[in-house]
Design a protein around this ligand. Structure first.
Ligand code: GLN
Length: 391
């Protein structure tokens, strides 16, 4: 057999469907409601800080685990918001986006044969993350329509091989915000089975209707067994900067930092300086961010419902999962391809968020991190879908 092939690991997963949809969108000149990135400007103060840092020649490597001002800002803000003391030197590691933070964490803690519990539907990266780190995923269903889990099903997914559980709250793609009771149920199992919670909280500030974000690290006994993952991308509308971080118990920080060091050496130094400025923005910035996104959510919900999608109203994050059964297509992929090619609106096929279940084949995900003009243009184009339906 030829050796001129990819590794077994690399052949076990496909390219990202989310990023593929963006490329298809660009090919067909569509309105891109697939990949979740804002099409409006980032705050001027942080762009100025980035330009200032480059001009001031902050252009060489930062310390591999992150520039001190950013690490200290991450620790300070977490403590200020949630009351949990964080020591920047022992607990914060800056990575190239939360994507690398997640991958470095998984590679740092997983041994072959270890199991990792993943809620399904899940953000598509967690699948390849598990394969690349050698973890065996155990999927637990988030049941529609409120995306709740059955405590017995969750308990059944834990055993002596369970090394970690991945949590994502507010959740991509469902918009679910985990309640305190749910996090406590997860925490009980983590403590019982000596498992680690890897908590992706990238949508921390994008949360609606007065709900509060609860980091699982703040639940009793969890600070010592939680790796919290976050980044600048969504909170400050800078997804292309690739600056994220982990907050880990000191017992895990060394392993995460070593893996991170040899994967990427470090995140962009001037952007880390700007990140420290970003984290210092006043509370009103975050309140306005949530208000603006709640309004956009309501705008897109209205658009999609008028065009006959059945919507799952999100409590957080900036996506809307929809049911497409009424359109009569064979599956989500056929529908999403039709939607981008013939209607000119890009979405993400639901199946890319599912592994064990066929539920995704009846769904597509739209994002609403977009200007009003963009959402209005999507509305206009979706008229065509209604015409097709009534033919
Ligand atoms: N998190 C975003 C999404 O789900 C972007 C994904 C990506 O391409 N990194 O669409």
């Amino acid at each position: 057999m030829s050796k001129l092939t990819g590794s077994k690991k690399a052949t076990q997963f496909t390219e990202s469907v989310i990023r593929e949809m963006t490329r298809l969108n660009d090919l067909h000149g569509g309105v891109n409601l697939s990949q979740g990135f804002p099409d409006f400007p980032a705050p001027a103060a942080i762009k100025d800080a980035a330009c200032g840092a480059i001009s001031a020649d902050v252009n060489q490597y930062a310390v591999t685990w992150g520039a001190r001002p950013l690490r200290e800002a991450v620790a300070r803000e977490f403590t200020r918001r949630y009351g949990l003391p964080i020591v920047a030197d022992e607990q914060v590691t800056v990575c190239c986006g939360s994507t690398e933070a997640m991958m470095s964490t998984m590679l740092a803690i997983i041994d072959p044969g270890d199991e990792v519990v993943v809620f399904e539907p899940f953000y598509e990266n967690y699948g390849p993350d598990a394969i690349l780190s050698g973890a065996t995923p155990r999927y637990v269903t988030l049941h529609e329509p409120r995306w709740t889990f059955d405590p017995d099903e969750l308990a059944a997914a834990f055993n002596e091989k369970t090394k970690a559980i991945i949590i994502n709250t507010p959740n991509n793609p469902t918009g679910k915000v985990f309640t305190r009771a749910e996090l406590e149920a997860i925490a009980t199992l983590c403590r019982k089975w000596d498992a680690i919670a890897i908590s992706d909280e990238i949508y921390e500030h994008i949360i609606y209707d007065g709900l509060q974000h609860i980091p699982i690290a703040t639940i009793d006994g969890m600070a010592e067994r939680t790796v919290t993952i976050n980044g600048l991308s969504k909170t400050y509308s800078v997804t292309g900067w690739r600056v994220g971080w982990t907050i880990s118990p000191p017992s895990l920080t060394g392993a995460i930092r070593k893996v991170h060091d040899f994967l990427t050496v470090g995140a962009a130094a001037p952007l880390q300086e700007a990140g420290a400025v970003a984290l210092g923005l006043p509370d009103e910035y975050y309140a306005k961010l949530a208000r603006d996104y709640q309004r956009r959510r309501d705008v897109l919900l209205d658009i999609l419902e008028r065009h006959h999608f059945t919507c799952y109203k999100p409590d957080g994050a900036y996506y809307i999962m929809t049911d497409i059964r009424s359109f009569g297509f064979r599956d989500d992929v056929e529908f999403a391809r039709y939607l981008v090619k013939d209607v000119g609106v890009a979405s993400v096929p639901g199946s890319s968020f599912y592994k064990t279940s066929t539920e995704g084949r009846t769904k597509v995900r739209f994002c609403f991190c977009k200007r009003d003009e963009t959402l209005t243009e999507a509305d206009r184009r979706l008229e065509k879908l209604v015409e097709v339906q009534s033919r």
